[in-house]
Design a protein around this ligand. Sequence first.
Ligand code: URA
Length: 432
Amino acid sequence: MYDIINKKKRGCVLTQEEIRFMTEGYTKGEIPDYQMSALMMAVCFQGMTEEETLALTLAMRDSGEVLDLSEIEGIKVDKHSTGGVGDKTSLVLTPMIAALGIPVAKMSGRGLGHTGGTIDKLECFPGFSTELTKEQFCQNVNRIKMAIMGQTADLAPADKKLYALRDVTATVEQLSLIASSIMSKKLAAGADAIVLDVKTGNGAFMKEEKDAFALAREMVQIGKNAGKRMAAVITDMEQPLGNAVGNSLEVKEAILSLNGLGPKDLMDVVYALGAEMVLAAEKAATEEEARNLLEQTIREKTALDKFAEFVETQGGEKQYVYQPELLPAAGIQMQVINTDTGYVGGILAEEIGLANLILGGGRNTKDSPVDLSVGILLHKKRGQALQPGEALATIYANDMEQAKEAYGKIVGAYRIQPQAPEELLMVKGILR
Ligand code: URA
């Protein structure tokens, strides 16, 4: 390990054998944290080549179970978002894709910090479970074309250990390390095609557009080198996506979207990612054809029915999809009132995510309990004109003190300016 650290420190290229040796040794506990930290820091300064990045990704993928989805018929597609606030895209998109007969075998995570997670959202349906065996997962996808399971403990354990180490040694922010970390988990999840939603903006991991493009490029390249069909869509996270932030409110917005009433920013992202998934699955030859097929699933409510079927198959109350008013609801509603004249120039997404955390709707640590019923509904988004006295948002809370604290955070998140801001494109680019 000393020689490997020294080699990287001097800017030399590590061999595949060296990368496997250190990944396996670290996972087994044979290489101590201090040596791995030194290596990660050397990587931050010297970078990694495409070959090194691929070798690290594959070594981390192989450190645990790699799902074999060969019993699922057809081209299996997966989708991954680098995380944001109000991101309920998977809840809308997965049933749309499945309604077209394309198998979606998806592994999702829980929320942490200011960002939410698909699994918490799905648990708003009483009885719903993402603890599926691999056999149930495959059977469900074969039968109804979709299943979502929680990440198993044995999925890329090397990444889990390494990510925790990077987190406390200031070595998270290195593109090849981020790309290999994300892709090791995606490759272990076994799909044939992976469509990435790489977010950029103040609420995203990648604040700058050029960094988001660079990360997307690295991940697409890793996936292709590993034999997968790949696409990445770079999308805006300058403000929360859609109007709802908070688990049950987001599920309600997803159901509205499946009924054809989705907010435009959310649906722009859904259609852009969806078209890539349909193209990767070879169900359409052009983007336009793919979009038409997707629109049809909303118009004819086949995606809504698919979502209900999915909820029922995984043990949840199907009726809640048709009667979303049954979903968990918070006891206190408090309006956030605007006092200025002007336009919404922006909404700091991270601050809105933190307001949801104050309300109890997110996790400070990975074991914190989550109140599914609380959250924030934004009534004004970027570009909208404002008059004093109008409501910017409604807070849904179960505790008055928390609601008051969240109020201040939300007011602070709104950037109000005298002139209308430039319109933002939701989709910044697509890489294949
Ligand atoms: N998300 C991950 O899974 N890994 C990283 O390194 C950064 C973000």
